[in-house]
Write a protein that binds this ligand. Structure first.
Ligand code: BT5
Length: 330
């Protein structure tokens, strides 16, 4: 049922403004014309505006305002990523849903999208503000055949996918702050949270959570974040259709993920470096029990961060928080 509906929408959407006859739809989908009519009624319930003209057939006049699996998938040009998708109006966190689905055997490439998260989270259980209808709150289930210690490289690959989407669809040059932040004009536009279930040398699954601020106005950003956060709308003055952005991220991620699996991290590294934020600047490094100043040098062939401490010693960081020195913010 679900896939017939999806095929029906694809046929109608591909026809753009032209009508498709009931007979052709019934032939292509191998269902009766009465069944086609029932599907049309169901689509109208979902918010599609359908025009039916006798002897001409059907066409979609407008798509629903509300996001749904159908509106995200109809122009999704991926082979495997997001072909299985779940959409929820409100969740605690798409990460929790994805973990549950993965434990229950969800296939590689399954995607969970929510309109609102009430307990969205960042790293170290920090809260992630995920207002209803304003952003992309999405988790992706991957089952890569790589060693568990390489999983953080997927965060960097995902960051590249997001910046590529931002460039091609939104025409903005966003930057990546190692390891998981996307910055636009010195404010945080998006964050990535990578979580993993693994056993010794084997990854059972990885969940890539992406939070991207899209259509928030200034009043939508909580006071505690006004200094550090921004949205695409605030930076460009434009409102974006979240579906279009999701379709593009999934396409970009599918391409870069496949290259990464075939060629290793070198396929990601140069793209990452092109979008790297503030290389060569002085930063503050915070590890579990230390805080010190360093120069940001770059990333290694395995994605780890290279910094130079104040005695000019190079140090390699696999996990840490980095921050810019005060006074250099703008
Ligand atoms: C992150 O953590 O940046 C990862 C955020 C991942 C969110 C996605 S949404 C879909 C999926 N489901 C989830 O529950 N999570 C993922 P971190 O680097 O720890 O940054 C968290 C910090 O960012 C917070 O402490 C705030 O300072 C700031 N912050 C919170 N909400 C924000 C927002 N909407 N925009 C910009 N900054 C925000």
């Amino acid at each position: 049922m679900e896939s017939t509906r999806k095929k029906l929408i694809t046929l109608l959407a591909d026809a753009k403004d032209s009508f498709i006859s009931g007979q052709r739809l019934s032939d292509e989908l191998s269902i009766s014309r009465a069944a086609i009519w029932k599907h049309m009624k169901a689509l109208e319930q979902e918010g599609y505006e359908i025009e039916a003209v006798s002897r001409k057939g059907y066409r979609i006049v407008s798509f629903p305002e509300e996001m749904s699996v159908n509106t995200i998938q109809w122009d999704l040009r991926t082979v495997w990523l997001g072909q299985k998708m779940y959409y929820r109006n409100q969740v605690d966190s798409t990460q929790s849903i994805a973990h549950q689905l993965a434990r229950d055997g969800a296939v590689h490439g399954t995607v969970v999208v929510a309109d609102e998260q009430v307990k969205g989270r960042g790293r170290l259980h920090r809260p992630w503000h995920s207002q209803k209808g304003k952003g992309i709150w999405m988790s992706i289930i991957l089952r890569p055949n790589i060693e568990p210690q390489r999983a953080p490289q997927l965060t960097l690959a995902s960051a590249v996918a997001i910046t590529r989407m931002l460039k091609s669809v939104c025409h903005v040059d966003a930057k990546i702050k190692w390891p998981n932040d996307i910055f636009l004009h010195n404010r945080k536009l998006a964050g990535i949270l990578t979580e993993m279930q693994a056993e010794q040398d084997l990854i059972e699954y990885v969940i890539i959570g992406m939070g991207i601020n899209v259509n928030q106005n200034q009043t939508d950003i909580p006071d505690s974040l006004t200094e550090i956060a921004t949205s695409l709308k605030l930076e460009t003055g434009e409102t974006f259709k979240r579906e279009t952005l999701i379709q593009s991220i999934l396409k970009e991620l599918e391409v870069i993920y496949d290259q990464y699996i075939q060629q290793g991290f070198s396929a990601v590294k140069s793209h990452w470096e092109e979008a790297a934020y503030r290389m060569g600047e002085t930063i503050t490094v915070k590890t579990r029990n230390q805080k010190w100043d360093a120069l940001l040098v770059g990333i290694q062939d395995d994605g780890a961060l290279i910094v130079e401490d104040q005695t000019q010693n190079r140090r390699v960081l696999y996990s840490a928080e980095i921050d810019w020195k005060r006074g250099k913010e703008e």
